[in-house]
Write a protein that binds this ligand. Structure first.
Ligand code: HXC
Length: 514
């Protein structure tokens, strides 16, 4: 055969495999509002940047008539492409081929690009759209999942791992996304659950739709499993690209520097912070008054909204921001917000992203529900994560910083490098009302007019302790700053921390309160 004929044969073979499950299956995929797997990669990656690997891989299963079944590319497309002109490792499960089900060779294609991502120091992006373990392959498909989970764990903290749920992600398959750093879901398309509606009906006798069980809203608002929610696949791919613009490609480097831009004038602290200290405001407006171009990428926006986390830039450099949200539950720490913040802090620390903490909270949320849900164990995670982190840690206390909340929100005592406080800061063991009622209980009870005495005592306590100056006089706060100087103070602190080197005692690993 001539070279030309060989090339034509290669082309024909590639064409045949690239049609996946065929026209009918692709039409079904599109009718469900889903893009075919190859189209998805086209939208996600830079134009013409995709280099496919393992197109010719075939399954080795001979059971249940599988010896006669050809599964193009074994139901998953893998390779290297680029986003923002930088390489990324990708896989996209192809639901048109045996429901994107995962057999051993399918898994091995995925683990190959995972290994490549770790070796090369580039992100891994996985598009999940699968009926789960390929039933005909039995334990071999379970082995495949195990090999993926192991690599997810090994890659954790080395390269960013992004999971995109664009179809079913059922059974044990959910644990790969759960082990990754960022999970993206799309309305009406994403479905994630351990046990499906059929099993629930059989075992528990309850009827529930896939959507209500583990749809995109459930995963972003109730469980916190997903970090980003989109209305459409196209919006989802844009969100992924935006996230990738903020983060470094691996733990060996820093996030890319971007030309700095001043915050937009509409975010003016004087207009954001109410004069009355008990009135709430939106912490996101404060973040936008500080960061470059008022551009803030919020993560897990709809879950545990009493704490806000996300990426922004200061003078062109990416920072991870953690801020109490006075608009929701007065910004208290509770089970979910502690989990949310702790995980984000560990992400930033692993990937050389400095932490900026904005403090305004009355403390940990009291109540039987929280105690029984394990607020002690979960609340400890944030203490652990901040203490363990060695990236630059910058803290600004805006208003309330009471009790355990003061300590937990990256206080000097957990290793903050710079602690700034606004003149509106109130740093104390507890709020003036509670404090006065306890320490002046006898005096108030014995008074002829207890209410007047109580008010006096609250006033006395407020004047004495509900300010930043006691903490500043002890060196727990480095500077009390004009709120308008916050951005400049943080930029100066970042510059001063550029060569920060902090070591930790030698050990295999700690035991965080998981
Ligand atoms: C083999 C599968 C499959 C699977 C789907 N298919 N899931 N083949 N193994 N797990 C095949 C179907 O037979 C069908 O093939 C094609 O994919 C499309 O599936 P449909 O059912 O027609 O699609 P749809 O109606 O959209 O329903 C999608 C679905 C459903 C909800 C995902 O297919 C389903 O319930 N699948 C089984 C899910 C499941 O129980 N998975 C195992 C979970 S246990 P044809 O040839 O007809 O086109 C698990 C353990 C992992 O994953 C543990 C890891 C630790």
């Amino acid at each position: 055969m001539s070279l030309k004929s060989k090339i034509i044969e290669l082309f024909t073979r590639k064409e045949k495999i690239s049609t996946g499950g065929g026209d009918k299956a692709i039409q079904k995929q599109v009718a469900m509002g889903k893009l075919p797997a190859r189209e998805r990669l086209k939208v996600l990656l830079d134009p013409n940047s995709f280099h496919e690997t393992d197109l010719f891989v075939e399954h080795k299963c001979e059971e249940f008539g599988m010896d006669k079944k050809q599964l193009p590319a074994d139901g998953v497309i893998t390779g290297i492409g680029s986003v923002h002109n930088r390489p990324v490792s990708v896989f996209a499960q192809d639901f048109t081929v045996a429901g994107g089900s995962l057999g051993l060779m399918h898994a091995r294609k995925i683990t190959k690009v995972m290994d490549h991502a770790v070796r090369m120091g580039i992100p891994l992006i996985g598009i999940n759209d699968s009926g789960g373990a390929r039933i005909q392959e039995g334990v071999n498909s379970l082995a495949g999942y195990g090999e993926i989970f192991y690599r997810n764990t090994m890659a954790s903290g080395i390269v960013p791992q992004i999971s995109v749920i664009l179809g079913p992600c059922a059974g044990g398959a959910v644990y790969s996304p759960a082990l990754t750093d960022f999970v993206f879901v799309v309305d009406k398309i994403s479905k994630m659950f351990i046990t499906g509606p059929e099993v629930i009906k059989t075992v528990l006798g309850e009827e529930i739709s896939m959507e209500d069980l583990g749809g995109a809203r459930v995963q972003t608002e109730i469980t916190g499993n997903a970090h980003f929610y989109a209305e459409s696949e196209m919006e989802c791919f844009e969100q992924i690209k935006r996230l990738l613009s903020f983060i470094p490609w691996s733990n060996r480097e820093k996030a890319p520097l971007v030309t700095p831009k001043m915050p937009r004038a509409q975010f003016d602290v004087e207009r954001i912070i109410p004069a009355e200290t008990t009135k709430p405001y939106d912490i996101r407006d404060v973040i936008k008054s500080i960061c470059d171009d008022s551009d803030f990428l919020e993560i897990q926006e709809k879950w545990a909204a009493n704490i806000v986390i996300g990426f922004a830039r200061l003078n062109g450099e990416t920072v991870g921001i953690i801020g109490n949200q006075p608009l929701v539950l007065a910004g208290v720490l509770d089970v979910d917000s502690s989990d949310k913040a702790a995980r984000f802090i560990r992400y930033c620390d692993a990937f050389n992203i400095p932490l900026v903490t904005l403090v305004d909270l009355p403390g940990y949320l009291p109540g039987v529900d929280q105690e029984h849900a394990g607020v002690i164990r979960h609340g400890a995670k944030i203490l652990y994560a901040y203490s363990e982190a060695t990236v630059p840690k910058l803290t600004v206390i805006l208003r309330k910083a009471y009790g355990g909340g003061y300590i937990a929100m990256c206080s000097r005592h957990l290793g903050a490098d710079f602690v700034f406080a606004w003149p509106t800061a109130e740093i104390a063991v507890m709020g003036p009302e509670g404090a006065a009622n306890i320490i002046f209980r006898g005096e108030i009870a014995a008074a002829k007019d207890p209410d007047t005495v109580r008010k006096q005592k609250v006033q006395e306590y407020t004047e004495k302790f509900a300010n930043p100056y006691v903490a500043a006089s002890n060196g727990h706060v480095d500077s009390v700053i004009n709120p308008y100087e916050t951005r400049d103070a943080l930029i100066y602190a970042l510059k001063a921390s550029a060569n920060k080197l902090e070591t930790r005692p030698n050990k295999k690993h700690g035991i965080p309160p998981f």
